[in-house]
Write a protein of this length. Structure first.
Length: 360
């Protein structure tokens, strides 16, 4: 009878030790082991540890990044994404400068200090046109600008940086090169890495991230992704579950596991410490909204959507996207409520990259 509590105490100690070890000296095998723990009690212990690391390194504030999806044109045919060029059912759009500026004004009126300009990877995107959008936003508003428009020549990145862009998001999606190659026809893993390096060299605050639950992805792959995030010293890391879309090669594959996505987020927080990590829209778009769980497992960013109402549903990277019919100001107040519910608050500052501390 007295035996079981002792065993439980030992198991507890062990998990704590491994978490501590991953925090101090992350290794792929330990991370993969922790990723495998789907027992609710053990999982909760990982979340609690991550939440402490979050509190220590980025505090209780939740940063808001307003996103504007300005075009759904794409030249690529990624096996998971609804914007892939072979999806002929999708009506394509590109916002005008005026439409973008109008959304930016609305976003600034909500006191948000970062705009994320996202699109598919489109050949038709004129780099000078985007440079003009960036300059106009910088002239008219006091905002940080994050770009997320995929792989481009270094000269384009330079032009946009010189026009005033502050940050760039380019998700690696998976660091398993073989898996990456199998999901991204005509694309190259080496070029994605080259682009990430080019962005760092230009002085952008750089973000990357992965998708959880891709077909043939292993826990070792995900652990390797986390080690990669650390090695790149990333300022922002986006992690979301895979959500199948009917007009893609992976339409028949099940969605990514929520628990595994949350554990990945938590372990990324433990390993990368002060990076900005969003509770992604993808986490909100499964059977229920899991963003609150994300915020409790290490996340410190939310991304309200400021794409104009008429276009929102056309940016269908996956189906069931959350908050398609709400106006973004409603989303912001809903997010403030979520923050209060977990004793956190919305931080209306720019939320620039934090210095990488060596503190233990
Ligand atoms: N073209 C841009 C932005 C693409 S959309 C770029 O390459 O950076 C933004 C992100 O949505 C992608 O990086 C990918 O991680 C995610 N995404 C696309 N399809 C998805 C799906 N079916 N499930 C989950 N995430 C998806």
């Amino acid at each position: 009878m007295a035996f079981w509590p002792i065993v439980i105490v030992k198991m507890r100690e062990k998990l704590e030790n491994i978490l501590e070890k991953v925090y101090l000296k992350p290794e792929q095998a330990d991370i993969a082991y922790l990723l495998s723990l789907d027992d609710s009690r053990q999982q909760e212990e990982i979340f609690v540890f991550a939440d402490k690391v979050r509190k220590k390194f980025v505090g209780d504030g939740i940063l808001l990044r307003g996103i504007i999806e300005f075009s759904n044109h794409c030249r690529n045919s990624c096996f998971y994404c609804g914007l892939n060029k072979n999806n002929r059912k999708l009506q394509r759009y590109r916002l005008t400068q005026e439409e973008i500026l109008r959304s930016v004004k609305f976003l600034a009126e909500q006191k948000i200090k970062t705009v994320v300009l996202q699109s598919g990877e489109e050949d038709g995107l004129d780099s000078f046109w985007l440079a003009e959008v960036i300059s106009r936003i910088k002239r008219e508003f006091d905002l940080a600008i994050t770009l997320c428009v995929g792989e481009r020549p270094q000269d384009d990145y330079k032009l946009w940086k010189n026009s005033g862009a502050d940050r760039y998001l380019l998700k690696i999606e998976t660091t398993n090169e073989k898996l990456y190659t199998s999901l991204h026809p005509q694309m190259s893993f080496a070029n994605r890495l080259k682009c990430l390096k080019g962005l760092c060299d230009l002085g952008f605050q750089v973000g990357s991230g992965n998708i959880i639950g891709l077909k043939n992805q292993t826990l070792a792959d995900i652990a390797q992704d986390i080690i990669f995030f650390k090695s790149q010293d990333l300022d922002m890391i986006g992690i979301g579950p895979f959500i199948p879309h009917s007009q893609t090669e992976l339409s028949g594959h099940g969605h990514g596991d929520v628990g595994l996505t949350l554990r990945t987020l938590a372990l990324t927080r433990i390993v990368c410490r002060n990076a900005h990590i969003p509770a992604t829209t993808a986490l909100a778009s499964l059977n229920k909204d899991y963003r609150l769980q994300g915020l409790r497992a290490g996340a410190n960013v939310l991304m309200p959507n400021f794409t104009p109402m008429d276009y929102k549903e056309l940016y269908e990277i996956y189906p069931g996207k959350k908050c398609l019919t709400e106006f973004a100001d409603t989303c912001v107040s809903c997010m403030a409520q979520k923050a209060t519910a977990i004793n956190r608050y919305i931080d209306y500052s720019r939320g620039d990259a934090l210095e990488k501390k060596v503190e233990v």
